[in-house]
Design a protein around this ligand. Structure first.
Ligand code: ADP
Ligand code: MG
Length: 316
């Protein structure tokens, strides 16, 4: 029997702001030394969930523990277990990178020697050692995110919370942050909870993904398992004309496992995309539906999102 406590456990977490319910009832169990990604569009409730788990705001209802400590009743102990970086950069850019790190260490009661050792080690880890004594205002966006990541690690957290760690970064910088995140799990035994609206990020990084929408987790599992539920291939069609007629006939084809319709696109889960493409096109012609765009792809988390919400999760 596995007696290890979950790193994060939430039971029916709710957060209301007057009329608005930002988080509707989130259940979460995150195993130690794993990466969990909360994936969802803007306004889904990701930041609010992280804020409750990191003791910044109190839940309206429900409960949560971090490494066994209650986020409301044992907030101080929780804070000693965690590191957190938020989606908006909150760095004082008049400071140098090194000062950002050492001030943070002082805030958490680290000795001067500890602060220096840790600062050197972490700035090297995120490859900011050369820029350590420059003012943060001279840093690029990617450098600032790396500095925040380093700062989040200053206190040797067991659980690291990263709210949109790669927001606004170019692909190269995003890939670099991914490497650090994976390293932290592998080498330091960390548990990471990250939020993202980039599905490729969740797919690449996470041991477990929770798809969140409208303040609820609507699907959860290992990325591979979520995707495997989607059938072997996805044909995505858009066009105009008699879509309803086309859809009703498509639904009757034996090789079509499921049909999902969204505002502009229709997606068919099929056994073998390339082999079925021509049949789909023929059927569209026969139903007076004009195809503007048709493509075959292996299903992704984006398709899982579409299936559960009927909406497209657009990367932007
Ligand atoms: N302090 C607040 N007051 C009122 N509404 C809020 C507040 N914080 C968040 N919300 C609302 O709650 C919902 C979830 O927000 P948020 O957790 O920031 O989503 P995400 O991080 O997934 O984009 C949104 O509709 C947002 O407008
Ligand atoms: Mg957010």
């Amino acid at each position: 029997m596995n007696m290890t406590k979950p790193a994060v456990e939430a039971r029916q977490l709710v957060k209301r702001y007057g009329e608005i319910t930002a988080v509707v009832g989130v259940d979460l169990t995150i195993q130690p030394n794993s990466i969990y990604a909360l994936l969802g569009p803007n306004g889904a409730g990701k930041t609010t969930t992280i804020s409750m788990l990191t003791t910044l705001i109190q839940p309206t209802e429900g409960s949560a523990t971090i490494a066994g400590y209650d986020v409301v009743k044992q907030a101080d102990q929780v804070r000693r277990q965690i590191g957190v970086t938020f989606q908006e950069t909150v760095l004082d850019d008049a400071l140098t990178g090194r000062q950002v790190m050492t001030y943070h260490g002082r805030l958490y009661g680290m000795s001067k020697a500890q602060r220096q050792t840790k600062t050197d080690e972490l700035l090297a880890l995120v490859e900011l050692d050369d820029a350590a004594d420059r003012a943060v205002r001279t840093y690029s966006g990617g450098m600032k995110r790396r500095l925040e990541l380093a700062r989040g690690l200053m206190t040797d957290p067991k659980v690291l919370f990263l709210d949109e760690p790669t927001l606004g970064l170019d692909p190269q910088n995003r890939a670099k942050i991914w490497d650090y995140i994976q390293d932290l799990k592998r080498r330091n035994g960390l548990t990471l909870l990250l939020t993202t609206h980039y599905m490729d990020e969740a797919q690449q990084l996470a041991d477990c993904v929770g798809i969140i929408d409208g303040g609820r987790i609507i699907a959860e599992g290992a990325p591979r398992n979520l995707i495997d539920q989607m059938g072997s291939d996805a044909i995505t069609v858009s066009g105009y004309g008699n879509r309803d007629g086309f859809l009703s006939r498509i639904d009757e084809l034996p090789f079509v496992q499921s049909v999902t319709t969204a505002e502009t696109i229709t997606q068919l889960a099929v056994d073998s995309g390339n082999r079925r493409l021509a049949e789909v096109v023929t059927l569209a012609n026969q139903s007076d539906f004009t195809i503007e765009d048709i493509s075959v792809a292996k299903p992704s988390l984006a398709d899982v999102f579409l299936k559960y919400t009927g909406r497209e999760l657009r990367d932007h």
